[in-house]
Design a protein around this ligand. Structure first.
Ligand code: SF4
Length: 232
């Protein structure tokens, strides 16, 4: 790769808000030997990103994880849901949103779609998280962990190029919109991640804990908005 192409790649990732880039072992060696690309190309396939993650030790979250939780669903989906990070069930299975909160998310997607006359199942959308390894005790990911791992989410979103993104909870909302507002104020409103509209709503695990029906009703309203925007 010549210096000009490299400069363009670096500018491109800087525009995405990615400040830290890592050399991949085998690919970097191949490039040094004159084969292959040092930097992943924009619009790369998802499997390339997964390959690049590898047995990732880039942040401290690798220490207690069982499985990396990359993402699941339709890679050509017009809608991507982004949560915070894996919990215990997700860590064990390597699949996002499979525990109680995940079951609620499935119900929300499929129930709302059915009610609104939109033929949509969970498998038709794409679901992933800001960080790919479970934070200990389900704590909130720290800013440096979000920055390091967030490069993979950014690349996933670019690869899928959905019509809209639904941010579930404050960690995903903050990462995608850079807003410092709380999720209660942000929910139900449209923001942008680059040119892609982002709808913010509550994380399903919050809805499981919520004592009154208000947030649940609001989350259903938010979902209705995003489903109609994407599928009408
Ligand atoms: S959270 Fe992300 S950056 Fe950190 S170790 Fe896991 S995959 Fe790597």
């Amino acid at each position: 790769m010549d210096a000009e192409t490299l400069r363009q790649y670096l500018e491109y990732y800087q525009d995405l808000g990615i400040k830290t880039l890592y050399r991949r072992g085998p690919a970097a060696k191949a490039e040094e030997a004159g084969h292959g690309e040092r930097w992943p190309a924009p619009q790369e396939p998802l499997f390339r990103i997964l390959e690049d993650i590898g047995d990732c030790h880039r942040c401290r979250l690798h220490e207690q994880r069982t499985k990396i939780v990359f993402g699941v669903g339709n890679e050509q989906s017009k809608l991507v849901f982004v949560g915070e990070g894996p919990g215990a069930d997700e860590d064990a299975q390597g699949i996002p949103f499979v525990g109680r909160a995940g079951q609620l998310l499935t119900q929300m997607i499929e129930g709302t779609a059915k009610k609104e006359g939109i033929p949509l199942l969970r498998k038709d959308v794409y679901i992933c998280n800001v960080v790919k390894c479970r934070p200990p005790e389900n704590r909130t990911p720290q800013p440096d962990e979000m920055e390091i791992c967030g490069q993979f989410l950014s690349r996933q979103l670019l690869a899928i190029a959905p019509k809209a993104i639904c941010a579930l909870g404050s960690t995903a909302a903050k990462f995608l919109t850079q807003s410092k507002e709380g999720v209660t104020r942000m929910r139900g409103n449209w923001y942008k991640w680059h040119d892609i509209p982002v709808m913010v709503t509550y994380h399903p695990s919050y809805l499981l804990r919520a004592y009154n029906v208000g947030p649940k009703r609001e989350a259903w309203e938010d979902l209705k908005k995003v489903l109609h925007f994407v599928y009408d």
